[in-house]
Every structure is written in structure tokens, then in C-alpha cells.
Design a protein around this ligand. Structure first.
Ligand SMILES: NC(=O)c1ccc[n+]([C@@H]2O[C@H](COP(=O)([O-])OP(=O)(O)OC[C@H]3O[C@@H](n4cnc5c(N)ncnc54)[C@H](OP(=O)(O)O)[C@@H]3O)[C@@H](O)[C@H]2O)c1
Length: 253
């Protein structure tokens, strides 16, 4: 699909990876709705980068834990741009809780992770489905984690939320075919991101040392993969791992 003149909503575009995706989609020709939940200043920086590419940007506050906020954000995208062709479910939240520490992973933490990382992307896809389906060429890209493929990450809740997001990708690919393709990217540790900095140094070092390429993933590789999945006509229900080539054992995305 030619992305020129399309509109993309990138959730969590105040964050490091979301910003890279928003910039790459703008360079590919998309106007971009930039969402944030608390950090307006960072969202403004992302929007300025989109505009520097000659594309229109809007800034929308979105709390993925709040179904009203999701409905309002979906309406705001259509109000601002008149359409939404691409939804990148990038926003996510995590907290470092070692897997064996079952007591520390309490109900509020579990709910926050699952609501943000899994229920939110579903509700956004549902809210934007009419627009995504409208021209028969909508795109959804979900940003999961290798923690959703293997039992290892910042917490059991995060790993389960991302496993759910990967399977949500499969389910939505069926539900929204043929008018919308739905794909997923599963990063490992992404160097330089705030999320990576929240890992313990030991976990980050171990993740780096386990890659066959000697380097973990980059936000620009994730952004490039997102653009590729949006352009592709016949790829759906797939998950691309961007992790520097980690063996399929305990991982730390
Ligand atoms: N960084 C990594 O190493 C890594 C590895 C694997 C997977 N990932 C995944 O990649 C995605 C982006 O990660 P990142 O490193 O760019 O993280 P980040 O810099 O911490 O950004 C997270 C983004 O999510 C937004 N957000 C948090 N809670 C939200 C909520 N309740 N509702 C709506 N938005 C919310 C944040 O908004 P504010 O800025 O306004 O707070 C921010 O824009 C996430 O889904 C993450 O799980 C990252």
C-alpha cells in the first residue's frame, strides 16, 4: 500500500519506540496522530518531528486503561484527520518484578499491565474498525515483546500481556480480513529506551550478551519493520522478532 496521504495513529508516540515509528510513517507519507498519557512535552517533540517531514500531526491524550478515553481518542483522530488507515498499538507499561517473586505481582499491578498492554489495543482496534475497514486497506501493527514468545521479561504479567497481544494479532487478522491486515513486532531489549533503563543492569547485560549479532534491537529497526508491514498487501497475522538474534530461551524484552 502506498502510504502517501494516509493517516496513522501511533499510541505511546511520546515514548522512544513510538516516536521512531511516528517519524518513519511520516517520512513514508502519513499524517500522524500522536498519543501520550502523561508526557505532553515528549508528545509535542514527536509531533514536531512529524511536521518537519511535511506531514500533519495531531496530539491526543489517551489512557489505554480507560475505555472512555479510548473512545474519545478514536473520535479525536477522525475529527482531526477525517480518517484512520493505520493503527500502531505501541503504548505499553511494565515494571520489573522477578518471576519467582509471586507475592510482589499483586492484583493492581497485574490489572495495570494487562489493561494497558492487552485490553487497550483490543478496544482501540474495535473503536477504529469502521475507519480502518472503510477503504478496504487498513493496517494494524501491534508492538509486543519477545517476552510474549518465551517465559522471560520484566514480569510474569508483562510476559502474559505480550503473549496475549501476539494472539490478539492472530485473532484480529481473522476478524478483520480481508479489509485490514493485522501484524505484530516482538522486540527484545531496545537499547537506549526508557523501558530498557527500568531493567536491572544485570538483566540488561544478560540480554545483550545473549544476542548472536552482539547487539540488541534498535528503535529504527522496529520503525522500519512497522512501515514494511503497513506497505505490504499480503502479510497478515504475523509476528516479526527484532532482537539482535537471541536464542529461544529466557529473554528480557
Ligand atoms: N524498550 C524496550 O526495550 C522494549 C522491549 C520490548 C518491547 N517493548 C514495547 O515497545 C513499546 C514501546 O516501548 P518504549 O520503550 O518506547 O516505552 P516508553 O518510552 O516507556 O513509552 C511508553 C509509551 O506508552 C505510553 N503509555 C504508558 N501507559 C499508558 C497508558 N495507560 N495509556 C496510554 N499510553 C500509555 C507512554 O505515555 P507517556 O510518555 O505519556 O507516559 C509512552 O508514550 C511498548 O509496548 C513496550 O512494551 C519495548
Amino acid at each position: 500500500m502506498d502510504l502517501e496521504g494516509k493517516t496513522a495513529m501511533v499510541t505511546g508516540a511520546s515514548g522512544d519506540i513510538g516516536r521512531a515509528i511516528a517519524k518513519a510513517l511520516a517520512l513514508a507519507g502519513c499524517d500522524v496522530a500522536v498519543t501520550y498519557v502523561g508526557d505532553l512535552e515528549r508528545a509535542e517533540t514527536t509531533a514536531a518531528a512529524v511536521e518537519a517531514s511535511g506531514r500533519k500531526a495531531s496530539i491526543i491524550r489517551l489512557d489505554q486503561r480507560d475505555s472512555d478515553s479510548i473512545s474519545e481518542a478514536a473520535t479525536a483522530v477522525i475529527d482531526a484527520h477525517g480518517r484512520c488507515d493505520v493503527l500502531v498499538n505501541n503504548a505499553g507499561w511494565n515494571i520489573g518484578i522477578p518471576f519467582p517473586d509471586l507475592e510482589q505481582l499483586d492484583v493492581p499491578t497485574w490489572d495495570r499491565v494487562l489493561e494497558t498492554n492487552l485490553r487497550g489495543p483490543y478496544l482501540l482496534a474495535r473503536a477504529l474498525a469502521p475507519s480502518l475497514r472503510r477503504d478496504g486497506a487498513g493496517r494494524i501493527v501491534n508492538i509486543a515483546s519477545i517476552g510474549g514468545l518465551y517465559p522471560g521479561s520484566s514480569s510474569i504479567a508483562y510476559s502474559c500481556s505480550k503473549a496475549g497481544l501476539i494472539h490478539l494479532t492472530h485473532c484480529l487478522a481473522v476478524a478483520m480480513a480481508p479489509s485490514v491486515t493485522v501484524n505484530c513486532i516482538a522486540p527484545g531489549l531496545v537499547e537506549g529506551t526508557r523501558m530498557a533503563k527500568r531493567l536491572t543492569p544485570e538483566m540488561a547485560d544478560l540480554a545483550r550478551s545473549m544476542t548472536v549479532l552482539g547487539q540488541v534491537g534498535s528503535a529504527s529497526d522496529i520503525a522500519d519493520a512497522s512501515v514494511m508491514l503497513c506497505r505490504a498487501e499480503t502479510i497478515t497475522g504475523q509476528t516479526i522478532v527484532v532482537d539482535g538474534g537471541s536464542p529461544p530461551v529466557m529473554n528480557f524484552g
